[in-house]
Every structure is written in structure tokens, then in C-alpha cells.
Ligand binder design. Structure first.
Ligand code: ZN
Length: 96
């Protein structure tokens, strides 16, 4: 009796704990993106080329904070995926 009860409970608990860990990590990632320096501050600090502090690459990739069409753009290093800076897109996404 006890064992048949324990298995689904452990299963559900594992599911909840996994979901909690995934959400916590996602929120930490979103928080890290929101507090990135903006473009002007970044280039003032990183110098003319704005090379990645982690690997020195100058290739960047860009994505929206809350999905592809978000006007808050997050720029990451294309080589090591380190978060670099953020900027607000001037044009609303519909008119692009
Ligand atoms: Zn890098």
C-alpha cells in the first residue's frame, strides 16, 4: 500500500521541483538581460570595437527580450553567447 502511494507522489514532486528549477533559471536569465548596460554605456566601457569581454570576438547576435519581435533588443556574443548589452529599437516592429 505505502509503496504504491509513494511512487506517484515522488513522480509528481519530481515534476514540480523540475518545473521550479527551470522557471527559476529562466527568471535569473531574464533578470540578467534586463540589467545589461545599454549600447552607449557598453561601447564607452568596451572601447571602439566593443569586443566580447569573455572571448574577444567582435561578432554579435541579437534577439528580443521577450521573443523575436520585442523592441528591447539583447545583444550577445556570436562566438561564446555571453550577454553584452541591450538597446531599444527605435522603429516599432510592425513598420520594419
Ligand atoms: Zn564571446
Amino acid at each position: 500500500m505505502a509503496l504504491e502511494m509513494a511512487v506517484p507522489i515522488i513522480f509528481i514532486l519530481t515534476l514540480f521541483i523540475t518545473a521550479f528549477i527551470v522557471l527559476t533559471r529562466h527568471q535569473a536569465h531574464m533578470r540578467a538581460q534586463r540589467k545589461l548596460p545599454d549600447r552607449t554605456d557598453y561601447f564607452a566601457q568596451a572601447g571602439e570595437g566593443g569586443a566580447c569581454r569573455a572571448c574577444g570576438s567582435t561578432d554579435t547576435a541579437e534577439h528580443g527580450l521577450d521573443g523575436g519581435s520585442d523592441d528591447v533588443r539583447i545583444v550577445t556574443c556570436a562566438n561564446c553567447r555571453a550577454l553584452l548589452y541591450q538597446f531599444r529599437r527605435e522603429m516599432p516592429s510592425e513598420s520594419v
